[in-house]
Design a protein around this ligand. Structure first.
Ligand code: BGC
Length: 733
């Protein structure tokens, strides 16, 4: 929990009173790294050169790999830098020494990094991990990442990413925990606890950074960085709740998003930054811009030039400038000429110093020598946790004829280039993993002792090798085809207009199916895919996402039945791309989708997702019965009997939804309000209890006012957002 003692607060005030304006602005500057060595331009400019085509991505990567990184040591010495992005402990200590020992006031630097789903021990991408519906797991993986990164000098994670995302064309759906505000909020709270909660030693926690604030996930047509227009009621009800929950859980920092929201870029948005976040939620930490975003306000066309963008950002409540140096170069003049009040600067710097104080950086600025090599070999508890997270994130989408689990007497043809890759198990936005720690699916099958042969055949971007296909078809009793996306196909700047299986992989599946042998599609991907054809033709489909370093072992364990799948979808899957955005908790229409033509539907795709939010099968089946709803003064108490009706043990995620049937604004057809995981042996039945507090049954109006309105409500319980038992209640609050 980010909170300072009175003594720490007094120290911050005292320090602030000694600072010059230049030193204060220095704290607001997150210095960029200059790339020198034949190419003496700032990093951001290099990115721009690649973006506008002056250099190719290959040239960019070449420059980056050969370049020396210059960290502007003189600026650090002069107190003109507050934070940096570094991930080598020796470098961090070297730069920290300059800040602490050679700058006038000795204020330590913060070192930030994108540690989105693990540092060395990479665990599943967020959209996958969210599907485990397991806050305790979310917390444990975050805590592991905090501990690992801090040994390398990183004390600030640009995570958790809390963008509610409902359009799978947007590549960044991979980085976030899905489409549902409640699930994303549970994820948010658990991640804050994991990253910031263990303050028993400064080696155990980091500052979290909630991003991207706000509504970035609603970018128009799923195209990254695109404009966002939405009613304030939608903003308050769907996109803000995870941020509010995380602020209440004590998050230390927030990153503003690139997009404009109703015409105002979030970088300079006084309404979202000051009115809602700082004044409304009483957020005590600091806000950082996204990379280069202050400069991009000129591109947005709302600032004439860089100095004006800097003024707008500072006034709106943007405390730290990531990477443009606009604050460093122009804010002093803006303050001296009265464009930016000194109180704005003091408020920002007090927030920044407070986070540094809370991180313990004034007392423990350096990475201790003995910590630096702690994770040269990953400890077993870390790989065990990564495997547990990976296993729990796998979602069984289809299992016709109970093809899965496989058994050791079956000969398996393992197909697909993705199956033999250690790199592709990682997924987007992981920066500190090592190949030696990764387990490919092929290695996983080897480890579990399966009888298999491997045939690459085809990958997301390569042609089909007919010989290998023929061999694969001839060898196995069963064919396991690993198909999907490269990790570079999701993440930032990776939006797609067609989210069906890329390349020739569908053709590959068709060839394998033509043998008449059972085929299992193991999907490896960073976004929901449009799987209409696969759902119609392939008998067994296992959604495995990018699961991190232990992916191979986890997938093999689930395929072979060592572990039964228990993941659920945190994001709806469309049948075809044109259905995007698609999400279960949509507002009702006057003509809800149905069979007749004049309803809200597509002529060629209907109106329902192929696989809905919350959906996921396992190797047994569950039945729901005897739902009851009892009202007390403050809550509804719901019980339901869940029975394991199959022949194996299994874990079910029981989900609680509600619908406000009559309200003063149109409300979602269903909203998740709780969940519980229950383990059942074959034939076992348990009563599951869930509570819905009445205070959580309201909604925000356009004004931002939260209201509870009397009337009819439907309460639903089930194993996914579509198939539920339902009871009606009439409530007067
Ligand atoms: C991304 C952020 C990230 C930042 C720093 C930006 O391009 O949008 O999510 O934290 O870079 O790496």
């Amino acid at each position: 929990m980010y909170r300072l003692t009175d003594a720490q607060k007094a120290k911050v005030k005292d320090l602030l009173s000694q600072m010059t304006l230049e030193e204060k602005i220095g704290q607001m500057n997150q210095e960029s790294v200059s790339i020198v060595g034949g190419f003496d331009v700032p990093f951001e400019e290099l990115i721009e050169m690649m973006t506008d085509g002056r250099i190719s991505q290959e040239e960019f990567e070449k420059i980056m790999s050969t370049a020396e990184q210059d960290y502007h040591e003189d600026d650090i010495r002069a107190g003109r830098v507050g934070s940096l992005m570094v991930q080598e402990p020796e470098k961090a200590n070297e730069l920290q020494k300059i800040a602490v020992e050679e700058s006038r006031l000795g204020i330590p630097l913060m070192f930030g990094l994108d540690v989105i789903h693990g540092f060395r021990t990479v665990y599943p991408i967020a959209i996958a991990e969210a599907g485990a519906f397991d806050p305790d797991l979310f917390q444990r993986t975050a805590s592991m990442a905090a501990k690992e990164s801090r040994t390398q000098g990183v004390n600030w994670h640009f995570a958790p990413m809390l963008d509610v995302a409902r359009d799978a064309r947007w590549g960044r759906v991979s980085e976030g925990p899905g489409e549902d505000p409640y699930l994303v909020s549970q994820f948010a709270k658990a991640k804050i606890k994991g990253l910031q909660g263990d303050m028993s030693s400064t080696e155990n926690y980091v500052a979290a950074c909630l991003k991207h604030y706000v509504a970035y996930g609603a970018c128009e047509s799923g195209r990254d960085y695109n404009t966002v227009s939405m009613a304030n009621s939608m903003l308050y009800n769907a996109y803000l709740p995870p941020f509010k929950a995380a602020v209440e859980a004590g998050a230390a920092t927030v990153m503003a998003s690139f997009n404009d929201l109703n015409g105002v870029p979030c970088t300079v948005n006084e309404f979202t930054l000051r009115q809602i976040l700082k004044n409304g939620y009483k957020f005590p930490g600091f806000v950082v811009s996204d990379a280069n975003a202050i400069r991009e306000c000129v591109n947005h066309g709302i600032a004439a030039d860089e100095p004006e963008a800097g003024v707008q950002a500072a006034i709106a409540g943007m405390d730290v400038d990531m990477g443009t140096q606009i604050y460093k170069n122009t804010l002093q003049e803006a303050v001296e000429s009265g464009k930016v009040p000194m109180s704005v600067i003091d408020d920002a710097v007090e927030r920044i110093l407070s986070v540094k104080m809370w991180l313990g950086l004034f007392d423990h600025p350096y990475v201790p020598e003995e910590a630096m090599h702690r994770y040269d070999t990953l400890p077993t508890e870390h790989t065990d946790l990564a495997r547990e997270a990976a296993e729990k994130s796998i979602v069984l989408l289809k299992n016709e004829g109970q093809i899965l689990p496989l058994n050791k007497s079956q000969k398996i043809s393992l197909v697909g280039q993705l199956a033999d890759s250690r790199e592709e198990v990682i997924g987007a936005w992981a920066m500190s993993w090592r190949e030696k720690d990764c387990v490919s699916i092929r290695e996983g099958l080897e480890n579990v002792g399966a009888e298999y042969k491997y045939f690459p055949c085809c990958g997301p971007e390569t042609d089909i090798n007919e010989d290998e296909v023929a061999q694969a078809c001839a060898y196995g009793d069963v064919i396991v085809a690993v198909v999907g996306e490269l990790d570079s196909m999701s993440g930032e700047a990776s939006s797609k207009a067609d989210i069906s299986l890329p390349g020739k992989q569908r053709e590959l599946l068709a060839k394998l199916l033509a043998t008449g042998k059972p085929v299992v599609a193991v999907l490896m991907n960073g976004r929901p895919l449009a799987l209409k054809w696969e759902a119609e033709h392939v008998p067994a489909i296992l959604e495995c996402w990018h699961l991190g370093v232990q992916m191979g072992n986890a997938v093999a364990n689930v395929l072979m039945g060592v572990k039964a799948p228990e993941g659920k979808l945190a994001s709806s899957f469309p049948a075809v791309t044109g259905m995007c955005p698609i999400y279960y908790n949509h507002p009702n229409t006057g003509r809800p989708g149905g069979r007749s033509k004049f309803t809200s539907r597509y002529l060629d795709a209907g109106f329902e997702s192929l696989y809905p939010f919350g959906y996921g099968l396992t190797y047994t089946t569950f039945a729901y019965d005897n739902m009851t709803v009892a009202e007390t003064k403050d809550a509804l108490h719901i019980t339901v009997d869940v029975a394991n009706t199959g022949g194996r043990a299994g874990v079910e995620t029981v989900q609680l939804y509600m619908q406000d049937v009559t309200a003063s604004i149109v409300r979602p057809v269903k909203e998740l309000k709780g969940f519980a995981k229950v383990a059942l042996d074959a034939g076992e039945k348990k009563q599951v209890s869930l509570t819905l507090e009445k205070k959580d049954m309201g909604f925000y109006k356009d004004s931002g006012e939260y209201v509870l309105e009397n009337g009819k409500f439907c309460v639903y319980v089930g194993g996914n957002s579509k198939d539920c038992l339902m009871e009606e209640v009439e409530l007067a609050f």
